[in-house]
Write a protein that binds this ligand. Structure first.
Ligand code: CP
Ligand code: NVA
Length: 303
């Protein structure tokens, strides 16, 4: 694989290979074993939306690998003044060894990859959040010992997280059940992909049915970045869709809870559930670092 634009482009083997490398890099970091596998390489990091985890985990990740991260805030670059992505791709490719981008349109990520000549990593678009899902899968495997055959349940908005979880979960052999309110379904191309997995995939408007016997329950905000103007309407439409003790009682005993963060306590997740599962949720946040280092190594080493 050359880029990480979306998990649809990767095979299950590609995903598992990166998860294995992520486990190894985590071990090496924890044991002080040097792993400067990208010495002298540079990563441009374009942010057209806010970030805490992605920014810090990519910047420290490339540094730990011996390279340098260059943060480019959209508004402070010529992209923010309308310079086309095709030109930005070709210019940056002359300077850096990889480009990470967080933006609105998925097409901008695909265009960066098409017109540039270095690996491109999607660090969240309106449609997908593949880096987060690699960290989620890594965390689930760490806690449960395996992925294949486990039931992953996602409750909430059919957003970038839902889309990437469906693709990532199914590709590594999990059963995936998604519950969204009517009108908030995942992307059509994702549902088309999932239709090929038969009974391993289920989409419903019944959140209790989706959560039944789940090994891991995942949720995300009701209004994503860029949807701030819809927040009030969404809050009304998602009333009752909270991941709380009642919902979790349908899942398997000992089920994990994951949340990509930032979380809105009292909305998509209750504070009690978040705190009861804080160990798993902050492991998930930590694993952004290790999973993304593995992505950087796989895409940028020897390039
Ligand atoms: N989960 C996630 O991507 O967090 P940030 O928005 O803080 O980067
Ligand atoms: N769905 C959320 C994820 C944030 C990490 C958003 O796009 O804002």
């Amino acid at each position: 694989m050359k880029h990480l634009c979306k998990l649809l482009d990767w095979s299950g083997e590609d995903i598992l290979d990166v998860l294995d490398l992520a486990d190894q890099l985590k071990y090496e970091k924890k044991h002080g074993i040097p792993h400067e596998r990208l010495k002298g390489k540079t990563l441009a990091m374009i942010f057209q939306k806010a970030s805490t985890r992605t920014r810090v985990s990519f910047e420290t990740g490339i540094y730990q690998l011996g390279g340098l991260g260059l943060v480019m805030n959209g508004g402070e670059t010529q992209l923010g003044r309308g310079e086309p992505i095709q030109d930005t791709a070709r210019v940056l490719s002359r300077y850096v060894d990889g480009i990470m981008i967080r933006t609105f349109r998925q097409q901008d990520v695909e265009d960066l990859a098409k017109y540039g000549s270095v690996p491109v990593i999607n660090a969240l678009t309106d449609d997908y959040h593949p880096c987060q899902v690699l960290a989620d899968l890594m965390t689930i495997r760490e806690h449960k010992g395996a992925l294949k055959g486990l039931k992953l349940c996602y409750i909430g908005d059919g957003n970038n997280m839902a889309n990437s979880l469906i693709v990532g979960g199914l590709k590594v052999g999990m059963k995936v059940a998604v519950a969204t309110p009517a009108g908030y379904k995942p992307k059509a191309e994702v549902l088309k992909f999932a239709a090929g997995y038969g009974e391993s995939f289920c989409l419903t408007e019944d959140r209790f049915e989706a959560a039944k016997d789940a090994d891991v329950v995942i949720t995300d905000v009701w209004a994503s970045m860029g949807q701030e103007g819809e927040a009030a309407r969404r809050k009304a439409d998602f009333a009752g869709w909270q991941v709380n003790k009642e919902l979790l009682s349908k899942a398997k005993p000992g089920a994990m809870v994951q949340h990509c963060l930032p979380a809105h306590r009292g909305e998509e997740i209750c504070g009690e559930v978040l705190e009861a599962h804080a160990g798993e949720i902050f492991d998930e946040a930590e694993n952004r670092l290790h999973a993304q280092k593995a992505v950087l190594v796989r895409l940028m080493e020897q390039k």
